[in-house]
Structures are given as structure tokens and as C-alpha cells.
Design a protein around this ligand. Structure first.
Ligand code: G1P
Ligand code: ZN
Length: 539
């Protein structure tokens, strides 16, 4: 039955760094999902005759959102939805399906690494036909629509059983329920040297992979245990749970505690890896050794010739401004293109679509390539395993060789969470006004060369984006400040600190960047304004 239902706008449906993320309770408000999805449809010229991918990380409330999207899509005349079985699709797998099936786009239901459950977060990311998240112009248009929406249209024919693979009709719309894993596995097998990794594992190389009770469990079991032959139990927390079993599914030094304890314990495996809620973030560990995401991007780029899918040549590399400059030295050495973008994957998509870059990454545990248009955790992990299989070196040896050749960017990120929004905005405003007067000033051993707002001119669509503030010192050290665009409560201030050393490569990061971090918090008056003497999370 076709129904048009009256609704009233919500004023808080502005997408952040990656889609709309809100507390589950917010999503549960009447018409909240419908308003948002209908607004997307309205601002892209409707969905009549179009095809979309739908799926997510299995978190609480996704099942309800999927059924709502089915009704809205059918009500708005969509031709077809392709949905992951049981509503499951990792973000990279969804991107692959959009590209593979040449669909008009997709809806990925995830709040990424934010906790899930009735008291956690839920989210919707909207991707266009590139397989990547919609650009700013589109999300601005969607936001405008959410502020005026007065009605939405559904076709209601009851709930659809998503557990069986196959095609069903829903009114005039087709629904194809697909294996969420198959295409993704085929893709990674085409990129990496699986026989070499198999051999490595057969010869006793030990892996631990933490899926954090989130979406990669079934993907990782298939790839690492079944295909690559790692022993059963290699993948831990392998069953996606609606509340991630209470875990905060963010693969970093704070939240991937179980894995860290294993990797820092006695008889540690050779290689440890973890992924986040929707499978796009990753963390790499050796025995008793942590690889920063910024260094990881540099190592991947530097070793592209070892990888079957890339050895014939790459276009270039990009990183977000907040990410360390490690990859810039690799790009220079290999004489490939190099770009620095605002935070968020969508800025890389234009660069990939126009063949300017092959690899990209962020300090926030994200890396990827033009094989899809999202970051890809399992891809990065397989890339590392391929390098290890090809070189016979351990994670630590690979990192040490890299630093010996290129020098080391000591790097840390400090997060100050749940700050009152006004306090955070005032802090940034004050910082912004202060910056010009800081150029040329000296703080201890550091002299400021540059202190300015980071403004990105997109070389492809000529859009201009401001994101954060960067202080550059005469020795190449850097401080970056920005407010998070993914939180769901208050504001989060992120301060990123980097110090470059050419030959002093074996120190503790905190020892090397601690002084700069103090300068950074002093300049921004963090303690006085927020009452926080210390960061809530350090990575
Ligand atoms: C954070 C990360 C950013 C990443 C985004 C989505 O955004 O910092 O690099 O793209 O999550 O995973 P932020 O909260 O800083 O806006
Ligand atoms: Zn994610």
C-alpha cells in the first residue's frame, strides 16, 4: 500500500565527517529515520528507477532501519535494492558492491567505531555511485532538506526476511539478498599474493585478529582461517553482536585491550591486527610493537612493488592534514603525486576518481586504495602480511628499516572529549584569532614558521574546505588542532603533534612529542578553558 505520511522536521540531521551519527535513542524518535532518508531521496532528484546497496555492521537498530529503507525506497519508486544477507555488509564490502553492480549508490548503516546498543550510537552513511560517501555539496543539500521536510512516502507490504539469499519482489521493486562476503573475498584475492601468505602461515607465522564483536568476524574467519590456513581461534571476537558485546569497537591502544595484552604477553604471536565496527579501520601490531597508522601508510606506499595488484605502478598518495608527514617523504622518493586533504575519506574520492592517487590514509587508523572508495581494514592487514611474506622480515624489522631510510615522524594524537560545545567553539575561535601573532615566535627549542587555518582547494571540483589549524615549526615539527565531526555528545577537541627525527629513531613517542604537546595545550588554553589537565584518549 502506497502511503504519504505527514511529518515535521528535526533540526539536528546535519551529517558529520562520515554520515549522520546519533544516539540510538535519537534515531528511535518517530519519523527520524524516515525524515533523513526521504531528505536524501529528495535532494538527489528522487530514486525512481534507481538501484541501491543496503547493509551495515549489524549493530542495534540497523534491522529496523533496513525495513524502513525498503518501504521508503519502494514508496519512492526505486527499481531495486541489493541487501547483504541478514543486513550485514562491511563498509568496504558495500563500496565494492556499489562499484561492481554499478548501482546509483548505497546506504551503509553504521556509526563506525562508536559503541552500539540501546544506549550507544547508530548511523547512516549515504554513498553515491562512485562507491564513496557523498561530497559536501550533496550533504549540504540533504541537510537543507531535513530542515523543511513535511512528508514522506512509503510502500508498506510488511517486513522482508533478510536471512535467505535470493531475489524477492516488494511491490514493483526488486530486492536481491546477497552473500556479504563473496565479492569482497574475490577482490582481495585478486590484489594480494595469497599463495605467499599461505606459505608464510604454513611455516609457523602466527597471527591474532580481533574483530571486536563487529562486522569483520565472518570476513576474517573466511579469509584468514579458511583460505589462508591460520589455525582456528586466530580470529577472536568473531561474531558480530548488536552491542559489540559491550566493546568500544575502535582498534587502537585504548580499546583493543584484549589483543594488546596478547601481543605484549609471553609467547606473543608474530602479527596482531584489529578492525572497527564497520571494518574500515585497522590496527597493526608486531610482538610487543605498535605501528602508527601514519607510519603504516608510508610503509604500504613504499612497498607497492611487492604487491601483485599494484606492482605495475601507482599514481600517487594522499593523507589528511592531521596525519603525520611520513608518507610525503615516500612520495618524494618514488616521484609520485602527493596530496594533503581535510579529514574524512570523501576528499580522497575525487583524487582517486581522477587518477591522481592510488593510496590514501589517515592517522585515525584508516588506509585504502583505489580498489574501492572507502578505507579498508582487512585490505591494509593483508597488505602488511604480503610485505612480510615477500621480505621475510618481522613487523618491527620492516618499521626499523623504513625509519633508517626515511627518518621518523614521532607522532601522537590527544583527544579531549565531551567538552561543552560552546566552550569548544570559543577555544577554537580564540586560537584562530591568536594564530597570526604566533608566527616567528619561539617556544623553548621550537620556533614557529607558520600558524594558519588549513584550507583545501579541491583540484578536481574546485570546492574549498576549511578544516582545523596547523602550526609548523622551523624543524618540521607540527601541531594540528581540530574539532571532531563524528561525536554524538558535546564536542571533542583533537590535538595532533608530530616531531621529525632523521636518525634518532628508537625513542619513546611520548618522550619525543611531550614537550610539543605541552606547547600545544598551552597555546590553546586547554586546561583553563575546559578544566582538563590531561587528554581523555592518547593514541
Ligand atoms: C574521525 C577521524 C577521521 C575519520 C572519521 C571517520 O573523524 O578523525 O580521520 O575519517 O572519524 O572514521 P573526526 O571525529 O575526527 O571528525
Ligand atoms: Zn569505521
Amino acid at each position: 500500500m502506497l502511503k504519504t505520511i505527514k511529518t515535521a522536521p528535526y533540526d539536528d540531521q546535519k551529517m558529520g565527517t562520515a554520515g549522520l551519527r546519533k544516539k540510538s535513542k535519537v534515531w528511535e524518535q518517530p519519523n527520524y529515520v524516515e525524515n533523513f532518508v526521504q531528505s536524501i531521496f529528495n535532494s538527489i532528484g528522487g530514486v525512481k528507477g534507481k538501484t541501491y546497496i543496503v547493509g551495515g555492521d549489524g549493530r542495534y537498530f540497523n534491522d529496523i532501519v533496513i525495513q524502513k529503507i525498503i518501504k521508503l525506497a519502494a514508496g519512492n519508486g526505486a527499481a531495486k535494492l541489493i541487501i547483504g544477507q541478514n543486513g550485514i555488509l562491511s563498509t568496504p564490502a558495500a563500496s565494492k558492491l556499489i562499484i561492481e553492480n554499478k548501482t546509483d549508490g548505497g546506504f551503509i548503516l553504521s556509526a563506525s567505531h562508536n559503541p552500539g546498543g540501546p544506549n550507544g550510537d547508530a548511523g547512516i552513511k549515504y554513498s553515491n555511485s562512485s562507491g564513496g560517501q557523498a561530497p559536501q555539496q550533496v550533504t549540504d543539500e540533504i541537510y537543507k532538506n531535513t530542515k523543511t521536510i513535511a512528508q514522506y512516502t512509503i510502500f508498506d507490504n510488511g517486513s522482508v526476511d533478510l536471512s535467505k539469499i535470493g531475489t524477492v519482489k516488494y511491490g514493483d521493486m526488486k530486492i536481491e539478498i546477497v552473500d556479504p562476503i563473496k565479492d569482497y573475498v574475490k577482490m582481495v584475492m585478486g590484489l594480494f599474493d595469497f599463495p605467499a601468505i599461505q606459505k608464510l602461515i604454513k611455516n609457523g607465522f602466527k597471527i591474532k585478529f580481533d574483530s571486536m564483536n563487529a562486522v569483520t568476524g565472518p570476513y576474517a574467519k573466511k579469509i584468514f582461517e579458511e583460505i589462508l590456513g591460520a589455525e582456528e581461534g586466530t580470529v577472536i571476537n568473531a561474531v558480530p553482536l548488536p552491542d559489540f558485546g559491550g566493546l568500544h569497537p575502535d582498534p587502537n591502544l585504548k580499546y583493543a585491550k584484549e589483543l594488546l595484552d596478547i601481543m605484549n604477553g609471553k609467547n606473543a604471536p608474530d602479527f596482531g591486527a584489529a578492525t572497527d565496527g564497520d571494518g574500515d579501520r585497522y590496527m597493526i601490531l608486531g610482538s610487543n610493537f605498535f605501528v602508527t597508522p601514519s607510519d603504516s601508510l608510508a610503509v604500504l606506499t613504499d612497498n607497492y612493488k611487492l604487491i601483485p595488484g599494484y606492482k605495475s605502478g601507482i599514481f600517487g598518495a594522499a593523507k589528511s592534514a592531521a596525519t603525520s608527514t611520513a608518507v610525503s617523504r615516500v612520495a618524494k622518493e618514488h616521484k609520485i603525486g602527493y596530496y594533503e586533504t581535510p579529514t574524512g575519506w570523501k576528499f580522497f574520492v575525487n583524487l582517486m576518481d581522477s587518477n591522481r592517487i592510488t593510496f590514501c590514509g589517515e592517522e585515525s587508523f584508516g588506509a585504502g586504495s583505489n580498489h574501492i572508495r572507502e578505507k579498508d581494514g582487512i585490505w591494509a592487514i593483508l597488505f602488511w602480511l604480503n610485505i612480510i611474506a615477500a621480505t621475510g622480515k618481522s613487523v618491527e624489522e620492516i618499521m626499523n628499516l623504513h625509519w633508517t631510510k626515511y627518518g621518523r615522524s614521532y607522532y601522537m594524537r590527544f583527544d579531549f572529549e565531551e567538552i561543552d560545545t560552546k566552550v569548544a567553539n570559543d577555544l577554537i575561535e580564540n586560537l584562530k584569532n591568536k594564530l597570526p601573532s604566533l608566527e616567528g615566535k619561539t617556544f623553548g627549542e621550537y620556533k614557529i614558521d607558520n600558524a594558519r587555518s588549513f584550507v583545501y582547494n579541491d583540484p578536481v571540483d574546485n570546492s574549498v574546505t576549511q578544516d582545523g589549524y596547523v602550526i609548523t615549526f622551523s624543524d618540521g615539527s607540527r601541531i594540528v588542532y581540530r574539532l571532531s565531526g563524528t561525536g554524538s555528545v558535546g564536542a571533542t577537541l583533537r590535538i595532533y603533534v608530530e616531531k621529525y627525527e632523521k636518525s634518532n629513531i628508537k625513542e619513546e613517542p611520548m618522550k619525543m612529542v611531550g614537550g610539543l604537546a605541552k606547547i600545544a595545550t598551552d597555546i590553546a588554553e586547554v586546561a583553563a578553558r575546559t578544566g582538563k589537565e590531561k587528554a581523555d584518549v592518547m593514541t
